[in-house]
Design a protein around this ligand. Structure first.
Ligand SMILES: NC(=O)c1ccc[n+]([C@@H]2O[C@H](COP(=O)([O-])OP(=O)(O)OC[C@H]3O[C@@H](n4cnc5c(N)ncnc54)[C@H](O)[C@@H]3O)[C@@H](O)[C@H]2O)c1
Length: 327
């Protein structure tokens, strides 16, 4: 199959490498000329030692017109701009980006549908660090779909022993899990700098509840948040030093401002913009989401100690019961 991969960053390149190893012919697209040039010379400039083993990349978006399958690994805030320049008619679109669009508060599949309602949309998500996929280490993902037959074809095209692809019809739930877990992982990063392992475990567990509560209110299925694209991805993102969202939280915990922390990481940290979009959703719908709301408040400059204290003072209620009344 021919795939046009949007975004030749870490994830786009790792996915393209996987496709290449499976015998497909991916072409990577990125606006960064240096990235494209280096990939065409055999290595990736973002990660030391990351080779691009025979991959081809371009800065010419119009080359995508000849491809039936678009695989998107762009930062979410860039998706609409890029897709406005690329006709989507007759194409299959697989989103591998994780987050929500600011202002519209949309998931990537919703942006695509808005631009081209006939486009067949899928989401590929789950616990997957680019570095490990690039190294060929075992990874399990979920392909969410609206068209089961097409999904089976894509599953066959993507699946490999070290890259297991499960199917899930819950497109909203899979996309929301991938977006929400980044915000919870920022909270875990903040907590890890001084609040201990008990707090980390509590945050992850309550974070899964919170993801499910928000996600089901937005149309996802409860069980999806317990699967690979929900709890699975959260566990990876919240516990590994390879995670930028967790690292971002750690830097905030050390006293850096959000701007300083982003500058230090110098990579896409999707949880930051998603926390902003999410806050609008939480407020607009009156949802109980103390962790996501706490992350937003810290991003807006409130002292970490004050936010943590308020969360700890709030009445816990039943573990699986209705949430406490809104403040
Ligand atoms: N890195 C991972 O391990 C990983 C894993 C799963 C999902 N993701 C998701 O994939 C997406 C991309 O993450 P990444 O880690 O590859 O980011 P990255 O920062 O490594 O790369 C993003 C790339 O997108 C390009 N880009 C940005 N705006 C563009 C535009 N308007 N037109 C063309 N190219 C543009 C940048 O030049 C850059 O090369 C995010 O949504 C992330 O959540 C990442």
């Amino acid at each position: 199959m021919k795939f046009f991969v949007l975004g030749a960053g870490r994830w786009g390149t790792a996915l393209a490498l996987h496709l290449r190893r499976k015998g497909h012919q991916p072409l990577l697209y990125d606006l960064n000329e240096e990235v494209v040039d280096k990939i065409n010379r055999g290595y990736h400039p973002y990660e030391e030692g990351m080779t691009s083993e025979g991959l081809r990349a371009t800065t010419d978006l119009s080359e995508g017109e000849a491809y039936e399958h678009l695989l998107c690994a762009l930062p979410v805030q860039a998706v609409r701009t890029v897709l406005k320049e690329l006709p989507l008619k007759g194409k299959t679109f697989i989103s591998a980006s994780k987050g929500l669009e600011l202002k519209t508060l949309k998931r990537v599949s919703q942006i695509v549908k808005e631009l081209e309602p006939q486009c067949k949309v899928f989401a590929l998500s789950g616990p997957s660090f680019a570095k490990e996929v690039w190294r060929g280490l075992p990874t399990a993902l979920v392909l969410a779909y609206e068209d089961r037959d097409k999904a089976t074809e894509l599953q066959e095209a993507l699946n490999a022993p070290q890259f297991r692809v499960y199917l899930n019809p819950d497109l909203a739930g899979v996309e929301l899990g991938g977006a929400l877990k980044n915000v919870i992982a920022i909270a875990v990063g903040i907590s890890d700098l001084g609040y201990g392992y008990n707090a980390r475990s509590a945050l992850i567990t309550r974070g899964i509840h919170e993801m499910a509560r928000i996600g089901t209110a937005l149309g996802g299925r409860y069980e999806t948040f317990l699967g690979l694209s929900g709890a699975g991805d959260l566990i990876l993102t919240a516990t590994s030093d390879l995670s930028r969202n967790r690292t971002f939280g750690l830097l905030l915990g050390k006293g850096l401002s959000p701007r300083e922390a982003l500058k230090r990481i110098n990579q896409t940290v999707e949880g930051v913009k998603t926390a902003e979009a999410l806050y609008e959703i939480i407020k607009g719908r009156g949802l109980y989401a103390p962790v996501c709301e706490g992350v937003y408040r810290v991003l807006k400059g409130e002292p970490i100690g004050k936010v943590v204290e308020e969360i700890l003072q709030s009445p816990p209620g039943e573990e699986f019961g209705s949430p406490p009344p809104l403040r």
